[in-house]
Design a protein around this ligand. Structure first.
Ligand code: OGA
Ligand code: MN
Length: 293
């Protein structure tokens, strides 16, 4: 197995490993370390069944099963389907997942460790891939915060709300998704997490805020919270923290949901097919104490 760093702020490619066969503990450990260090890792030229994808992802922690999500592999609810394809006029997957800056599941009491995506159909135009995935480096974003702000925010917490992203998609992105029902909102109540997390693999602090779900810094007055969040969102999206994964069919892409934030670039048309299978790995294996509540 070779780990080839991209040389940019994030990203590495891992060659010489077949994810269809079970990994040794040693390989698993090397991949975890690479994920912490590089934030986004890709394994090109994989050939996986949905079950093999599930079995690989599950080595890193328990998988989220979203029972409300109708778009999953038949018989494998942990394998979600992202796609703009339709069969008999019906969507086969979630067509607009992640199309703005966010980190997965910061709105959940148990946060996410990693998302594992397998690219099956990738839209192409003029020899280039579309529907790529962009990332920003939250280790670097923390490191480069003004020292006074690091001190001010240390020990503080942020409220994250699933509804923030949902409503933004409806109101600003023309999504046809209906508003969340009272029942759905009750099942996904806002939660709080520290502004800075100590990353379980690197042991370093990361900025755990994202424009998609972060609502309020709980310990600050509302106007100061608004001002600081606006600053953090602008700060964390700066070009020097950015990295883009350009997809190729057969890629397995894994990202670190604590050390990065991401955005699915919506630059392809409905008639340009995209099909990705996805497993959301929760942080229970790495953060058992903090998230066992
Ligand atoms: C996600 C997501 C990005 C993509 O599945 O959570 O953000 O490029 N996907 O599909
Ligand atoms: Mn996402």
């Amino acid at each position: 197995m070779q780990i080839i760093a991209s040389g940019a702020t994030l990203g590495a490619r891992i060659e010489g490993v077949d994810l269809a066969t079970p990994l040794s503990e040693e390989r698993l450990h090397e991949i975890e370390q690479a994920l912490g260090r590089h934030g986004v890792i890709s394994f090109p030229r994989q050939e996986l069944t949905a079950k093999q994808l599930r079995d690989f992802a599950e080595r890193f922690g328990s998988l989220e099963i979203n029972v409300a999500n109708q778009y999953h592999e038949p018989g494998l609810p942990e394998v979600m389907i992202l796609s703009n394809l339709k069969e008999n006029g019906k969507p086969i997957g979630l067509a607009d997942a992640g199309q703005d800056w966010h980190t997965d599941m910061s709105y959940s009491r148990t946060i996410a460790f990693s998302n594992v995506l397998y690219g099956i159909r990738i839209p192409m135009r003029d020899g280039r891939s579309l529907g790529n995935t962009e990332f920003c480096n939250m280790h670097a974003a923390y490191d480069e915060l003004p020292e006074a702000l690091k001190r001010e925010l240390e020990g503080m917490t942020i409220t994250h709300d699933f509804n923030k992203f949902w409503e933004k998609m409806r109101q600003e992105k023309g999504s046809t998704r209906p508003p969340l029902t009272e029942e759905q909102r009750r099942r996904k109540p806002p939660v709080s997490h520290p502004v800075f997390l100590v990353h379980p693999i690197t042991g370093r602090r990361v900025l755990y805020a994202n424009p998609g779900y972060s609502m309020r810094i709980n310990e600050l007055p509302a106007d100061r919270s608004d001002e600081v969040l606006a600053f953090l969102f602008e700060h964390q999206l700066q070009d020097r923290f950015r990295y883009r994964h350009n997809w190729t069919v057969g890629d397995v892409l894994m990202w670190d949901n604590m050390g990065t934030i991401h955005n699915a670039v919506a630059d392809y048309r409905p008639d340009e097919p995209r099909l990705i299978k996805r497993c959301q790995v929760m942080a229970d294996k790495y953060f058992p104490e903090a998230f066992a509540q």
